[in-house]
Ligand binder design. Structure first.
Ligand SMILES: [Zn+2]
Length: 178
């Protein structure tokens, strides 16, 4: 890793964030009869979807540009999709597809926020070519990933896992016979 700061990223926090998002929203869409499993898959899928551009980064771009400069990491894309899926929800009060699209887009937008904590996100892209990050991870250790594991933001990622596991446990307690 070059420079005095590591190339920052959220390593393991996206999957549990999608699960938490879907779990917390599921009750609101229960009357549509949406499948809880598909709802969770859509939430986790949205939370992971922006990082699919890593495939392009490695295979096509040969790591020439920060993958956050590709359009799947443009917050405006997720905001527009969020607005469209919200409009769909409002226009069709029975659509299960609208509920799945909405949780997918919420998951994707939360990905932008989580990536901005310690990573660069081009919040005003494609209009302004300038990244924003809330915090930077100093490059103190080798190998590079130690910088993340020993940084406080990694505790945040672990907290997301803890929260997700608590929600999962709550659910399995509910499904136990009395
Ligand atoms: Zn990302």
């Amino acid at each position: 890793m070059s420079g005095q700061h590591s190339k920052a990223l959220m390593i393991i926090g996206h999957a549990p964030s999608g699960y938490i998002t879907a779990k917390l929203l599921l009750g609101r869409f229960a009357e549509r009869g949406v499948s809880p499993t598909w709802f969770l898959i859509a939430g986790i899928g949205g939370a992971l979807a922006p990082d699919l551009d890593m495939i392009y980064f490695h295979l096509v771009d040969h790591r020439q540009h920060h993958h956050h400069t590709y359009f799947p990491h443009f917050p405006i894309l997720w905001l527009c999709m969020l607005a469209l899926s919200f409009a769909w929800l409002r226009l069709n009060h029975a659509s299960k597809g609208a509920a799945l699209a909405f949780v997918f887009c919420v998951g994707g937008f939360i990905h932008m926020i989580l990536d901005s904590i310690v990573g660069d996100i081009w919040w005003l892209a494609p209009f302004v070519d300038r990244p924003f990050a809330m915090f930077t991870v100093p490059s103190l250790y080798h190998p590079w990933w130690l910088n993340f594991i020993l940084h406080w933001s990694f505790a945040l990622e672990l907290l997301l896992w803890l929260w997700a596991l608590l929600l999962l446990r709550k659910q399995s307690n509910h499904s136990l016979p009395p």
